[in-house]
Ligand binder design. Structure first.
Ligand SMILES: [Zn+2]
Length: 199
């Protein structure tokens, strides 16, 4: 569907800089650090930023608190909330300074906040309907079929240990998406975007 006229000629807010892309920002996911959080009140745990968080010197955890320190010595702290899941152990969630819960905290100019505080958008929010189909096909190619995330490459052949029916279903899904998405001029999607979507 082409862009409606009201939208095309609408007055848009003039931004000093474009909205950042979620997938391209450095981030801390609660899933990655879950095991570093001590499970009782009187313990503290410290881990180095290492290669996982190259801009951070250290991350310190207590039962309901996370403190991160970068190489300039700036310290930012976040509350960790334990949410009930009703089917197992409680699950940790970061609390952003805005009061929202967040699974991931994103960095912009060294400040870690939730996605909404940074006013960040997902790659798919920038794409047209066709572009989103292409993006989905690329993700399936990479994550499910084990090939390269490019529409110009042949679809990866079935690995020996994979089920034929499942493989064929996925392959047909990719073909159907790409049949709609194929356009003459299509830009490649940044590889970094895909690393965010890896399982
Ligand atoms: Zn926030």
């Amino acid at each position: 569907m082409p862009m409606p006229l009201q939208l095309r000629y609408a007055r848009r807010p003039r931004r000093a800089e474009p909205r950042p892309t979620v997938e391209l920002m450095p981030s801390i996911s609660v899933h990655d650090i879950r095991n570093a959080i001590p499970r009782n009140y009187n313990r503290l745990n410290e881990v180095e930023g290492g290669c996982k968080y190259p801009s951070l010197r250290s991350l310190r955890f207590s039962f309901n608190h996370m403190e991160i320190e970068d190489y300039s010595g700036r310290i930012q702290s976040f509350t960790i909330k334990w949410a009930r899941t009703y089917f197992g152990p409680h699950r940790p969630i970061f609390l952003c300074s805005c009061g929202r819960g967040a699974i991931r905290l994103y960095a912009k100019y060294g400040s870690y906040k939730c996605r909404r505080c940074h006013n960040a958008v997902y790659t798919s929010q920038r794409q047209s309907a066709k572009g989103r189909k292409r993006f989905k096909a690329c993700k399936l190619r990479l994550n499910k079929l084990g090939g390269l995330p490019s529409i110009d490459e042949p679809i990866a052949s079935k690995a020996k240990w994979k089920h034929r029916k499942r493989y064929e279903r996925l392959r047909n899904q990719v073909r159907a998406l790409e049949a709609v998405a194929k356009t003459k001029r299509s830009q490649d999607i940044a590889t970094k975007v895909f690393t965010y979507h890896l399982p």
